[in-house]
Design a protein around this ligand. Structure first.
Ligand code: NDP
Length: 287
């Protein structure tokens, strides 16, 4: 079955929208600020998509556009301003950043209570320990898919291809929490197929079109294709050779209309969580 995620996503977005309607009877709307450094066309596209999604459900979103040659010091100062602004609930720094800026330093500068991407070490650590935290959007969106289709992960062999901090590593903890057995693979893994072939659940987050071919996938597998690749004709495709793989899968997410939609939905969800948390603190301070 091809798992188009629009319906799952719409359900979540509609319930956030309803919540916002209730909250804004008494309070200001949630506010997400996206910091965009430079003019990378893919980044601009992602930022615009995020902004549109926010507007559709009543989240205020602002974009701070900064020159690509901005110094790290100046960028950190911008972030600090946002950290201190009570009218800002959520901060997202669009990645990748220009090479002269240390991404980890920037992520660590974001107040963990406004870290909507869940990339701050505080949130990463809490997530791994199974404590309350903001979980990164893509991994969180992927986990929602299993819930939505009623797929029980207990005892399943999950193989993740790729070991990024933003997608693959957070997934390890989330799958373990569901009692799955997790294998993580990467560019130095020997005989990738030997691993992927055993996967009941195969998550691919690499960024190489058609890396996963039909003979690498087990019959009846649940395949989650995270990759986004732009083909010569300008169309998007994932990391899985979709046309030759989908028929043997119990479920497979397409690219586009798959994981990417869930990532944005979870951004809205995380913004709402931070907003509610911010309001609670605000009310506590008033008392
Ligand atoms: P990165 O781009 O940071 O890293 C890619 C990973 O793939 C690395 O761990 C690398 O291994 C591994 N890799 C590279 N070649 C191979 C190979 N031949 N076999 C096995 N592993 C390999 O990962 P991201 O998670 O940031 O992004 C991955 C893809 O997902 C990209 O296409 C990105 O655009 C997309 N993406 C999509 C999102 C969505 O919402 N749909 C959200 C985030 C990302 P090593 O560590 O050894 O170098």
């Amino acid at each position: 079955m091809i798992l188009y995620t629009k319906d799952i996503s719409d359900n979540i977005r509609n319930s956030i929208k309803d919540e916002i309607i209730q909250y804004t009877k008494n309070f200001r709307a949630p506010h997400l600020v996206v910091v965009l450094v430079g003019t990378d066309s893919a980044s601009i596209k992602y930022v615009n998509a995020k902004k549109r999604a926010c507007e559709e459900i009543g989240i205020v979103s602002s974009v701070i556009e900064l020159e690509s040659d901005i110094s790290e010091k100046h960028l950190l100062a911008e972030i600090e301003k946002l950290n201190c602004d009570e009218g800002v609930d959520a901060i997202l720094v669009q990645l990748p950043l220009p090479k002269h800026i240390n991404t980890n330093t920037v992520i660590m500068a974001i107040n963990q209570k406004k870290d909507v991407d869940g990339f701050h070490p505080h949130n990463v650590g809490h997530s791994l320990l199974g404590l309350d935290c903001i979980t990164p959007c893509t991994p969180k969106g992927i986990m929602r898919l299993f819930d939505a289709v009623g797929y029980d992960l207990e005892g399943k062999n999950v193989v993740i291809v790729g070991r990024s901090n933003i997608v693959s590593k957070p997934l390890i903890g989330l799958f373990l929490e569901k009692n799955a057995t997790v294998t993580i693979t990467h560019s130095k893994t020997r005989d990738l197929k030997q691993h992927t072939k055993k996967a009941d659940v195969l998550v691919v987050a690499v960024g190489k079109a058609k890396l996963i071919t039909s003979e690498m996938v087990k019959e009846g597998a649940f395949v989650v294709d995270v990759g986004i690749n732009v083909m010569e004709n300008g169309k998007l495709c994932g990391d899985v050779d979709f046309d030759n793989v989908y028929e043997k899968c119990a479920f497979i997410t397409p690219v586009p209309k798959g994981v990417g939609v869930m990532t944005i939905t979870m951004l809205l969800y995380n913004t709402m969580l931070l907003y509610k948390n911010n309001l609670e603190n605000f009310n506590r301070n008033k008392i």
